[in-house]
Design a protein around this ligand. Structure first.
Ligand code: ADP
Length: 256
């Protein structure tokens, strides 16, 4: 089943300058996709369009066959339940005045999801590897990696079909990054992940499919392994040359 279908999408923050040029991509249920490109290539802009925070200037976006319409309250309510996001900075994305319980249960409340919220929060904390007593603490009591786990718990608490992650491990130190990538890998077994990163190595270890974006154009896309083993586009080749090896993960390209 196709969750997201983006057809020939263009977008510009101003009329003079387009930042996305005829972008077409699809995300199928259960197949995690990595969106890779250098800073400024348009990755976050694509996520903003997918979250309904901006509208394409050309082309169309559908979710599960229905047109993504940010002006429709009913569509967006269902959509927010199905699609959640995790952002880069675990320090600024959590409200410092709220206890962890309130942070994680916020989507359940704003989406008016029935059932026991404390049970759902406990299950989400467990899924991200945080102790149950974290609920009564504040974000500042946690490390960067733990805060990102809290942000991930908030994203999964309403059991979305799709999680959009924007550079969600980039601000973390290397050993924490590896642990959070492992967490995403585990979560990707039960939900679909679109993982945006400038780091091809991280995406290679996480995503079955990859989309390479250069200055608002998709230059290559397909099965991650096939593309990394045999990159066709010079831009992909250049990105691959700059991939560092992640300790403990073996080589990020070639035979593993
Ligand atoms: P990436 O996530 O790959 O770093 P972005 O989607 O953030 O790329 O940016 C794509 C292009 O859009 C860049 O040229 C950037 O300068 C421009 N851009 C991003 N956000 C804005 C904004 N709010 N207003 C104007 N231009 C923007």
């Amino acid at each position: 089943m196709t969750l997201i279908d983006m057809r020939d999408v263009s977008f510009g923050y101003s009329r003079q300058r387009k930042v996305l040029h005829g972008v077409s991509l699809s995300v199928r249920q259960g197949v995690s996709v990595g969106l890779v490109g250098e800073s400024g290539s348009g990755k976050t802009t694509i996520l903003r369009l997918l979250l309904g925070l901006a509208r394409p200037t050309g082309g169309s976006i559908t979710f599960d066959g229905s047109s993504l319409d940010p002006s429709s309250r009913t569509f967006m309510r269902d959509y927010r339940r199905s699609v959640q996001a995790v952002f880069q900075d675990p320090y600024s994305s959590l409200d410092p005045r709220q206890k962890v319980h309130d942070i994680i249960s916020e989507p359940l409340q704003s989406l008016r999801i029935p059932g026991s919220h404390p049970d759902a929060v406990a299950a989400a904390l467990d899924a991200v590897g945080l102790p149950a007593d974290a609920i009564n603490r504040y974000p500042h009591e946690f490390s960067g990696g733990q805060r990102q786990r809290i942000a991930i718990a908030r994203a999964i608490v309403a059991r979305p079909q799709l999680v959009l992650a924007d550079e969600a491990v980039s601000a973390l130190d290397l050993s924490t990054r590896i642990r959070i990538v492992d967490l995403f890998k585990r979560l990707a077994q039960s939900m679909t992940l679109v993982f945006v990163s400038h780091d091809l190595g991280v995406v290679a270890s996480l995503c079955e499919e990859i989309i390479i974006l250069e200055r608002g154009h998709i230059v290559e896309s397909g099965r991650t392994r096939a593309i990394l083993d045999n990159p066709q586009h010079p831009y992909t080749q250049k990105l691959l040359q700059s991939v560092p090896r992640m300790p403990g993960q073996g080589r990020t390209r070639g035979k593993q």
